[in-house]
Design a protein around this ligand. Sequence first.
Ligand SMILES: [Cu+2]
Length: 173
Amino acid sequence: MTVEDRPATTAEAGEATGRGRRIGVWLLAVSVAVVCVAGIWSVLADSAPPPELSVSDVRSGERVGTTVAVYATIDNRGGDDRLIRVSSPVAARGLVHSTNDVGVMGTSEGIEVPGATTVRLVPGGDHVMLEGVGANLLPDDSFALRLEFERAGPVEVEVEVVPLESLVEGEGP
Ligand SMILES: [Cu+2]
C-alpha cells in the first residue's frame, strides 16, 4: 500500500460507515412502521362495533304440559352477536331451539343476531324453549326470562303469556 493510497482508503471507509448508519436508520424506521401497522391491525380487529340489542314483543302461549316456547323480536343496531343461552325461574331448563326444513325443532348452537338486523323468534322458526315449567301460566300472566348473548352478555326480559290462538299458526306451545 502506497502513502498516496491511504487518504483514499480512509475516505472510502468513512463513506462505508456512513452508508452503514443510513441502512441502520432505515431498518429502524421500517421496523417501527411494521410494529405500528401490527398495532393498528390488532386494535381494528378488536374494535368490531359492540352489539346494541333491544328485545321486545316477548311472549309465550299458555302452558300445555311442561314445555313452553317463547317468541320475541331482537333488534340489533350494533355489531354481530349470538343468543347462546336462556334461563327462567319458572323453568328447570332453557334451550335455544331452531326448526328445520321439515318443521322438526331441536336444540341449536345458538341464534345468530347479525349487526344492523332485526331477528324474529316465531312459531316455526328459531325460538326459546323452556322445559320443566311447573307454574300454571295463563293469559295475562308474565314471568322473567334471561337471554344470554355471546357479546352483549345477559339481557333480562319479561315474557307476556298470551292465548295460544293469538300466536301465529304453525307450532304448538
Ligand atoms: Cu322448541
